[in-house]
Write a protein that binds this ligand. Structure first.
Ligand SMILES: Nc1ccn([C@@H]2O[C@@H]3COP(=O)(O)O[C@H]3[C@H]2O)c(=O)n1
Ligand SMILES: [Zn+2]
Ligand SMILES: [Zn+2]
Length: 242
């Protein structure tokens, strides 16, 4: 499995784009989150929305879904194709009602499934989206009383999306065989709705050495020298994992 980040920045970062990813599995491309900057990032890579086979959504903040209106319109009116949308039951109605309906609602298009072929994911259940790409959504703490999911992929790769520090979960994942952790990281405290670098640095070395930092703010350059085992994920670089 290859992975290329469309962006690695926090919601307010201006240098690194929104924290969204492309997974390449065989000849398939799966996009994980489609934020405001995703259309421009795809363009910079020489890709279009028609190159995306499936979209996977973590939660409904704009840095994760703000590019979905363009995605939906382009697929319907430019490419005449319905892409797959993998999403948890807990957020699918809210994605339409509270985020996308305002722009996408029009005659004969009055629900999300006019634009996407929706496949519901169950929390805690691993679903094989394509051969060699299994996704288990894990409900993680982000904003109180608002559902947000992280993902365990193929049982050994964890992608945190947006979450508050949860060392017990990270220990459990490692005990289950998780080898690589892509974790959001707020460089300057307080974290409040995200995990801070300070918090990640309290983890045992055996966990830190599996962690790659993403969803960071524009001050990232000031922290590069301080890093011991954890590394920053870089935008547009292709990473390979088993
Ligand atoms: N209760 C909240 C809600 C949001 N925020 C900030 O807004 C951003 C929305 O995208 P995010 O990536 O989840 O990060 C959130 C916080 O920076 C925050 O700091 N506190
Ligand atoms: Zn975010
Ligand atoms: Zn968020």
């Amino acid at each position: 499995m290859n992975l290329q980040m469309l962006g690695t920045g926090s919601a307010f970062a201006k240098k690194y784009f929104n924290n969204n990813a492309l997974f390449y599995v065989g000849d398939r491309t799966i996009m994980l989150d489609c934020g405001i900057t995703a259309p421009l990032s795809l363009y910079q890579l020489g890709k279009t929305f028609n190159d995306i086979d499936a979209l996977l959504i973590s939660h409904i903040h704009a840095d994760h879904i703000g590019g979905m209106e363009e995605f939906a319109f382009q697929m319907k009116f430019v490419y005449n194709r319905k892409p797959l949308l993998f999403i948890s039951e807990a957020i699918v109605d809210s994605l339409w009602e509270n985020a996308l309906k305002g722009g996408l609602l029009q005659e004969e298009c009055h629900s999300l499934d006019h634009y996407f072929d929706i496949k519901l994911l169950k929390e805690g259940v691993s679903t094989e989206i394509y051969p060699g790409f299994c996704v288990e959504p894990i409900l993680t703490k982000h904003i109180p009383n608002k559902s947000s999911f992280s993902f365990l992929i193929n049982g050994n790769f964890f992608y945190s999306a947006d979450m508050r520090f949860d060392p017990d979960l990270l220990e459990e994942l490692v005990a289950r065989g998780c080898e690589t952790i892509f974790h959001d990281c707020q460089l300057t405290p307080p974290g409040v709705v995200h995990t801070t670098l300070e918090e990640l640095l309290t983890l045992p070395e055996s966990i830190q050495e599996r962690i790659w930092l993403m969803h960071y703010d524009d001050s990232k350059e000031n922290y590069e020298q301080e890093m011991r085992s954890m590394q920053f994920v870089e935008q547009h670089r292709i990473y390979s994992f088993e």
